[in-house]
Ligand binder design. Structure first.
Ligand code: NDP
Length: 300
């Protein structure tokens, strides 16, 4: 009985990647610049290895340069900082991404803040957080950036809408709040200490779930007609008990999708909603960084 419109993030992301690929090709033809992204991974974490390989492939498919630096688990913080200094100085590299988590013994804040803010395509540098907070151009974190693109595509003008964000992380919740404030939403940030979360959520015209708890947000927390952005990516046992017993898993969001879709006006699915936007925005940020480094106005 689902009545919500499904927001197709996969299709929107494919369109964005197509536009970024075309814009990058023009940057090469008109200005001789090929956007370059360096991805640094330390250690052997299997999930991180898959993410990094995927990022490299997608970057090359978009006609950009992709360099992957694979460092051993034993790498010291000083060695990692030395690599970042080299990449900061390399004119052919416009974006630098350090895959998290880093091994114990390396302070990720120190490492991220060593990246040249103009090459910080993840947007995690404190300078970029500050630029976003005061409304200066900078690098915006990919997941919230992609989420806002989906919202503007779904709703048009967001002015005056009540936006509730559940989650206050530096990589999703806080930058999402800044972006929605910049779109003239009335923004509420809820978190694990918030009182009566269901009541807070029921006020939301736009509800953003960035919690990391499978299907926590229920259908009766949702205002009829609201637009739901589900950022959560949670791996849970398969719904089929036989498959679950074999160790098979599936991915769900932070929102109980079927319940929510019966009440909401529009909703992102998991998978296929926000997830594909993250890598598309990474490519977009790399293109924008390459333009700015060469004083070219990016095509938006
Ligand atoms: P964090 O763990 O850093 O932050 C989670 C936030 O949720 C915290 O602010 C926490 O509150 C809050 N929270 C936890 N439990 C509750 C609760 N019971 N009630 C209310 N709030 C709660 O996660 P991230 O922001 O990094 O990621 C959030 C989700 O998004 C994860 O599922 C992650 O996998 C996914 N994700 C998806 C991406 C994509 O590409 N689509 C990219 C990045 C993340 P408090 O601060 O009080 O502890």
């Amino acid at each position: 009985d689902a009545r919500a419109r499904i927001i197709d993030g996969k299709a929107f992301a494919a369109g964005l990647v197509e536009r970024v690929t075309a814009a990058s090709a023009s940057l090469k033809t008109d200005h001789g610049v090929i956007p370059g992204l360096a991805v640094v991974i330390v250690g052997e974490d299997p999930a991180s290895q898959i993410y990094v390989r995927n990022k490299g492939e997608r970057t090359r498919e978009a006609g950009m340069r992709s360099d992957t630096h694979r460092l051993p688990e034993t790498t010291t913080q000083a060695e990692l900082l030395a690599l970042i200094a080299d990449l900061n100085a390399d004119d052919g590299i416009h974006g630098i991404l350090v895959q998290l988590p880093l091994p114990a013994g390396i302070d990720s804040t120190v490492v991220l803040d060593a990246i040249d803010p103009d090459k910080d395509v993840d947007g995690f540098h404190v300078v970029n957080a500050g630029r976003l907070a005061v409304g200066l151009p900078g690098m915006v974190p990919c997941t919230p950036l992609g989420s806002v693109m989906l919202l503007k595509d779904a709703l048009g003008d967001l002015s005056g809408l009540n936006a509730v964000i559940v989650g206050r992380s530096n990589i999703v919740g806080k930058p999402m709040a800044q972006l929605l404030l910049a779109q003239n939403c009335t923004v509420t940030i809820a978190h694990s200490r918030s009182h009566d979360l269901p009541a807070i959520c029921r006020e939301a015209d736009i509800l953003v779930a960035a919690v990391g708890r499978p299907e926590m947000i229920k259908g009766d927390w949702i205002k009829p007609g609201a637009t739901i952005i589900d950022v959560g990516i949670n791996r849970v046992p398969s719904a089929d008990p036989v498959k679950a017993a074999e160790g098979k898993t599936r991915v769900v969001g932070d929102v109980a999708f079927a319940q929510a879709a019966a009440v909401a006006g529009a909703i992102t699915p998991v998978p296929g909603g926000v997830g594909p936007m993250t890598i598309a925005c990474l490519l977009a940020n790399t293109y924008v960084a390459a333009c700015r480094a060469n004083s070219v106005t990016p095509v938006s």
